[in-house]
Design a protein around this ligand. Structure first.
Ligand code: SF4
Length: 314
């Protein structure tokens, strides 16, 4: 077996910031610490923090009044911020700056009287947050059929936004259809799919012609990990989305294939290494890494965590 290891893969700057922020908050404030939604969409990371006393909640009303709560990398709706203020919660905002940028754009378009079309996946934490920025002014579209069903007038000012973790190709198809129906619609010059999502898709696509199967390390609820598996499947290549080495079923492989390995933006590298170890031990695989581009993006910690010293342990 040969393994072609796609690069870039795994942690993006937003996930790195959010995970480091939670580690730092635990050091400074100790447990219990509340997090609104999973800090990032990765089972291993969430389980690890749970064992350290972090309580993940999907309802801000369940956080005790006056407690400390961190917002996840996916951001929150303004309604959640209002509820947190009413409960006197001490908020640490670990929203990825690239998600926050989508919130700002939604707010700006709404102020200017645009009807906003958001391309994204219903119920994803990020989409719920963005929809809350301008309730009543944003319509979610998930498919071409949704675009066809839009009931906007040619005199409406129309703007589009996209979830940050979509498939670039799928989003382009939907946006092209939107532009066909509403040629006057406007959007950000570059759509909002983030650099990390685009780079991981590009790195995987670059190796697809040379491989027989694809292993994507990432959790089931990770949007960008799912998109990687879909891209492989659309090329007719069997793709396995797994949380880690324990999920690998050796019967998937004969042992003489070329297998691409990649990881979604919230999957830690130690899980990728565990998968490589297992494939090397089981099939005598050798690994070749292929890089399409380097990444040097870094997001600083939330303001309230910078410079703070950990509290002395009693
Ligand atoms: Fe931010 Fe993109 Fe990472 Fe999401 S995938 S946390 S938008 S950098």
């Amino acid at each position: 077996m040969k393994i072609v290891l796609a690069r870039p893969r795994g942690f993006c700057a937003g996930v790195n910031m959010a995970v480091t922020a939670l580690e730092r908050a635990l050091e400074i404030y100790g447990a219990p610490l509340y997090v609104y939604h999973e800090i990032v969409h990765n089972k291993h990371i969430v389980d690890r923090f749970r064992h350290q006393g972090v309580i993940f909640l999907d309802d801000i009303d369940l956080v005790p009044s006056g407690a400390r709560v961190m917002y996840s990398a996916h951001g929150v709706s303004p309604l959640v911020e209002t509820a947190a203020a009413e409960k006197n919660l001490h908020v640490i905002d670990a929203t990825c700056p690239l998600v926050r940028k989508v919130h700002w754009q939604a707010a700006r378009f709404a102020e200017q009287g645009y009807k906003i079309v958001l391309v994204g996946h219903r119920d994803h934490d990020e989409v719920v947050g963005v929809l809350g920025v301008a309730p009543g002014q944003i319509t979610l579209v998930e498919s071409l059929a949704d675009v066809d069903a839009l009931d906007l007038s040619s005199t409406d000012k129309i703007a589009f936004l996209t979830q940050t973790t979509l498939s670039v190709d799928e989003a382009n198809v939907i946006i092209s259809q939107l532009k066909r129906r509403y040629p006057h619609c406007v959007g950000s010059p570059k759509e909002d799919i983030c650099y990390a999502t685009q780079n991981r898709q590009e790195a995987l696509k670059a190796v697809l012609d040379d491989v027989d199967a694809v292993v994507v390390v990432g959790s089931e609820n990770s949007s960008n990990s799912n998109r990687l598996a879909e891209i492989a499947a659309e090329h007719g290549i069997p793709a396995y989305l797994i949380d880690g080495p324990a999920d690998i079923d050796p019967t998937w492989f004969r042992g003489d294939e070329v297998v691409a390995v990649t990881a979604g933006a919230s999957a830690p590298e130690d899980l990728v290494e565990g998968c490589l170890d297992l494939l090397c031990r089981t099939f005598g695989a050798h690994v070749e890494e292929r890089m399409t581009r380097e990444e040097h993006v870094f997001f600083p910690l939330p303001l309230e965590l910078r410079e703070k010293e950990p509290q002395p342990v009693a």
